[in-house]
Every structure is written in structure tokens, then in C-alpha cells.
Design a protein around this ligand. Structure first.
Ligand code: SF4
Length: 303
């Protein structure tokens, strides 16, 4: 993406109330690895005209504090942007950990994303974070009780019910806070199960840690609320958090090519398709045909 395209997007968003309201809440620059874009700092500044709350996601798989990718992230943090990262245990010690220490020096909040294929993976990632924050200064000790609660609950679950299904997992973890906010530090955990993807690139009905259960997505759009949209670099507006991996076919138009009126018309057409597709998904799930795609192009796990 180039800064001019970002500016076109911002100009259009300002003309559409529903998108403007969403953008005012939060904008996430994510997908691919935004730090690789040499214009990302300029692009960040343009989106910040819509909201002070612009986040940038990184894999933090960066080998040196001298790298251009890292220097771009530093500039964004100095401009009050917020960097979030996904913890990858394979590069944690060598790459992520040293730079995370730098991030903590530059911003007073942090969201850590954790992708887990098995429940024990989640436990070991929590333990990595505990070892890390245990070595940091007093300001960060507020995160330790939160992490300790997760550690103890997960350890307990694995001892008592290592083959638990998703419902049992959620019941066991019920009420566990994944967010803590003190006077000088805000910390959040985002735990995302991994999914199998078939040879056509379609996500499975089941999450990897809980292979016996369907992992269903409750779509808010047919229920009348748009909670999140994703704008691809091409300008294509995809509903919800679909950065292309869910393959939801009904689109909301193109933020670069379409006029605001055309976009709002496409939102309306797509909403109707979702209502109909989701009804069919319910029927398929109830009739033993879970996983079949319907003609509306709604993923089969969306209900
Ligand atoms: S149908 Fe599924 S993928 Fe499409 S917008 Fe709704 S929840 Fe997202």
C-alpha cells in the first residue's frame, strides 16, 4: 500500500457513517507483515487522522534492532501508535524477547497474541511470558497474577481432563480475565486456536486443539451489527475479521474504486446473502452436512 491509497481510503471512510464510527474505535494495520512496507510510518500518520487508536501488528521476527523494519515500528511507537505481536516460541528467545524489552520501554500497553494447536502449547506459552515478566521491573509485576491464574488453571485442566473438548475447556477457563489495566501498564492476552486448512485453502469446521467439536463463528451482520471490517491493500472491504483466510464471498465493495453510495448498496446486498447463507448453514449442520459450502459463499462454520 502507498500513502496516497491510504489517503483515498480515509477520505471515503469519512463519508460513510457506519465505517467512520468503526474506524473511530480502533484501526489495526495487520495482515502480511506491515513493518515490511517502507511507507508504513506515513500510512500510520494518515490513518491516525481517523482515530488516536491505531495499532500495528507484527510477528516480531526481526533479527536486529538496526533493521529498517524495527526502526519503522520504533517511529510508530514514538508517534503513540501501539505495537502488538504474536508470540512464536521458535523465535522467542533469539528474536522476539530482546525486542519486546525495547517495546516495553516505548509503550505502556501490550497485547500478546498466542496461537495454540494443543492446550499444552498454550500452557508453555504462558510459562514463557511468566519467565519473561518475572525478570522485568516492578511496574510489570501486575501481569503475574493474571498469568499465574492461567498457568494454574491450564495445568489443572491438563492433569484432570487432558482430552477435554472445547465446551469443557471454556467452562474450566470461565471468568478468567485476559486483560489487566494498572496506572502505568495495560496488558492483554489474545488466545487463538489453530485450524486445519484443506488443499483448497478452506478452514476446517474444527479447531486443532478440539478436533471433535465444530468451532462456529456467530456472524453479527445478519443480526444487524457490523462490529469489524477488514480492508485489504487492494481496497476490497471484507466483512468481519476475514483477512482472506475465511474466504467469505459477499464483499462490501472496494474502498479505492467504489463510491460511498456504491459501497453502501453492496453492504445491503451482502447482508441479505448472509442472512440466507447462514440459515442454510444451520440446516446443513443439523442434517449431517456440516462443512458443505452454500451458494451464497458464506463459510460453513458461520451461523
Ligand atoms: S459470514 Fe462468517 S466470514 Fe462472513 S462476515 Fe459473517 S462471520 Fe465473517
Amino acid at each position: 500500500m502507498m500513502p496516497e491509497q491510504a489517503q483515498t481510503m480515509v477520505d471515503k471512510i469519512l463519508q460513510m457513517e457506519v465505517f467512520h464510527e468503526l474506524a473511530k474505535r480502533e484501526i489495526n494495520l495487520t495482515g502480511g507483515e506491515p513493518s515490511q512496507n517502507p511507507h508504513i510510518v506515513e500510512i500510520f500518520k494518515i490513518f491516525r487522522k481517523l482515530t488516536p487508536n491505531v495499532r500495528i501488528h507484527t510477528n516480531l521476527d526481526i533479527n536486529s534492532a538496526k533493521s529498517q523494519r524495527w526502526l519503522r515500528l520504533v517511529e510508530i511507537m514514538k508517534l503513540s501508535g501501539r505495537v502488538d505481536f504474536t508470540l512464536y516460541p521458535t523465535v522467542w528467545e533469539s528474536r522476539q524477547k530482546p525486542l519486546l524489552i525495547e517495546i516495553l520501554g516505548l509503550q505502556d500497553e501490550l497485547i500478546v497474541n498466542m496461537i495454540f494447536e494443543k492446550v499444552p502449547d498454550l500452557l508453555s506459552q504462558i510459562e514463557l511470558l511468566m519467565a519473561f515478566f518475572g525478570e522485568q521491573e516492578k511496574k510489570y509485576q501486575s501481569v503475574m497474577p493474571l498469568l499465574e491464574t492461567y498457568r494454574a488453571k491450564l495445568e489443572n485442566l491438563l492433569a484432570e481432563n487432558p482430552e477435554c473438548n472445547e465446551g469443557e475447556f471454556l467452562k474450566h477457563m470461565e471468568g478468567t480475565e485476559n486483560y489487566i489495566c494498572t496506572d502505568n501498564f495495560t496488558f492483554g492476552l489474545n488466545m487463538i486456536p489453530g485450524f486445519y486448512v484443506n488443499k483448497n485453502g478452506d478452514r476446517a469446521m474444527n479447531a486443532q486443539p478440539f478436533p471433535k467439536d465444530f468451532n462456529l463463528l456467530e456472524c453479527t451482520i445478519p443480526r444487524g451489527t457490523i462490529e469489524i471490517v477488514t480492508v485489504q491493500q487492494t481496497g476490497e472491504i471484507t466483512p468481519c475479521c476475514d483477512v482472506g483466510n475465511l474466504k467469505c464471498q459477499p464483499k462490501f465493495g472496494n474502498l479505492l474504486m467504489d463510491s460511498p453510495i456504491e459501497i453502501m448498496q453492496k453492504v445491503d446486498v451482502s447482508r441479505k446473502k448472509m442472512v440466507s447463507g447462514i440459515q442454510k448453514n444451520h440446516q446443513n449442520i443439523n442434517n449431517g452436512k456440516a462443512g458443505e459450502w452454500v451458494e451464497e459463499g458464506i463459510p460453513p462454520y458461520c451461523v
